[in-house]
Design a protein around this ligand. Structure first.
Ligand SMILES: *Cc1c(COP(=O)(O)O)cnc(C)c1O
Length: 394
């Protein structure tokens, strides 16, 4: 493997994070995409060994059985009894497909949307490519639960508000204040008749964090009477080579329209994939998500150590997700330049500008590094990262 394997498109400007991530897949130390590239744990190996059995089982059974088992296991793990009891969650192949359905709904209703910034640029791109007008709201508007209501009232001018919790890349979560932050967002949306859209794709990472324990969010949503759409995902949690499934749940007042859009996109997710994912979810229930968290914890320690005393400052997140967010402390080194230097030595990280989708310049001090990687490879990447950082004086 050469350090320059990823330079095939180097003369062409990369237009979004996914194009960076595609280049990173060719690179020795790919810390770009937040997909799961770690190996299987011992218990997960046993699931892989049973794949033929899971295949034939899914061939024999009813689609509805595998859907129900998967949804039950997922919401049980996530401690969301209300979502489970409501029994109205729609499955799709990927979170981006669920987001596309959300975008189709917004377009159909001629709604504009206010989307949190920074966030993963794919959300912005899907919405914008579907022709939905978008406006940013700074994540900082959500930081103080006592100010959320007033901040949103002042800033949100559209009919819909789109949040990501925990946020990708910053790891910010409304749950840091218990129920209060979330309650305030819901109260604002209810009082002002806003559609609340929440992307929970990173939620599994906070499940066993005592500070952030996820309460029954769907109970709050349902009982408040707020109009909502909630996206859940498996793709960033389990190492299943992107054989993932995502879920979309809508409040009763709009669920029929959303269902009609959903069925225009897909019939069903593969019962084999659902059967397999159910095993992974149940395994995580049995080990309190240890196989997921352990890898991330090891790599988080490694990145903090590697950055110690350098110009790149680790940003302590509220939610410990599968990405690390760091800030450059140097008067004239930009993330774009640092990303280029690292790429030359075979380490691919993402520059922050794409996460600041309305004002890319504000992302220039930041970079994001993915943690869902084999720790041995990650340690190698950290060694090279450190060598490059040591070229720059603090
Ligand atoms: C990755 C990601 C998505 C999209 O997931 P896909 O599996 O790529 O469709 C959506 N939201 C968040 C927060 C993500 O991190």
């Amino acid at each position: 493997m050469t350090a320059h394997a990823g330079t095939t498109l180097s003369s062409q400007e990369l237009l979004d994070l996914t194009q960076h991530e595609i280049q990173a897949l060719l690179t020795e130390f790919n810390l770009a995409d937040a997909h799961t590239h770690q190996r299987q744990s011992a218990a997960q190996h046993k699931i892989v060994a049973r794949l033929p059995e899971l295949w034939y089982e899914a061939e024999e059974g009813l689609q509805a059985t595998y859907e129900q088992r998967f949804i039950e296991a997922f919401f049980r793990l996530h401690r969301q009894p209300t979502a489970l009891a409501k029994n109205k969650t729609l499955l799709s192949y990927a979170a981006s497909i669920s987001t596309m359905v959300v975008a189709m709904y917004l377009k159909q209703q001629r709604m504009a949307v206010t989307l949190v910034e920074p966030c993963f640029d794919n959300l912005h791109d899907v919405l914008s490519n579907m022709g939905v007008p978008l406006y940013p709201v700074e994540e900082s508007a959500l930081h103080d639960p006592d100010r959320i209501y007033a901040e949103l009232k002042r800033r949100v001018r559209t009919d819909a508000l789109f949040l990501v919790d925990p946020n990708n890349p910053t790891g910010f979560s409304l749950m840091h204040s218990g129920r209060k932050g979330f309650e305030e967002v819901v109260r604002f949306c209810k009082d002002h008749n806003k559609l609340l859209i929440i992307d929970f794709c990173f939620a599994s990472f906070t499940l066993y964090d005592p500070e952030l324990a996820r309460f029954d969010v769907y109970e709050l949503l349902e009982e408040s009477g707020v109009r909502y759409l909630a996206i859940e995902d498996t793709g960033k949690t389990w190492p299943v080579q992107d054989a993932k499934a995502a879920m979309l749940t809508a409040s009763d007042d709009i669920k029929e329209e959303v269902y009609n859009l959903h069925t225009s996109v897909l019939l069903n997710v593969s019962p084999f994939v659902l059967n397999m994912l159910t095993q992974y979810v149940e395994n995580s229930e049995a080990d309190d998500l240890a196989s997921i968290r352990d890898v991330l914890d090891i790599n988080r320690v490694a990145v903090k150590e590697a950055l110690q005393g350098t110009i790149l400052e680790y940003q302590e997140p509220i939610a410990k997700t599968s990405v690390a967010w760091a800030r450059i402390q140097h008067p004239d080194l930009t993330a774009t330049e640092l990303q280029r230097e690292l790429r030359e030595v075979g380490v691919y990280i993402l520059p922050g500008r794409f996460f600041y989708w309305s004002q890319p310049g504000r992302g220039e001090p930041f970079v994001r590094m993915a943690l869902a990687r084999e720790p041995e490879m990650f340690a190698g990447a950290m060694k090279r990262l450190r060598e490059v950082l040591d070229r720059h004086e603090r």
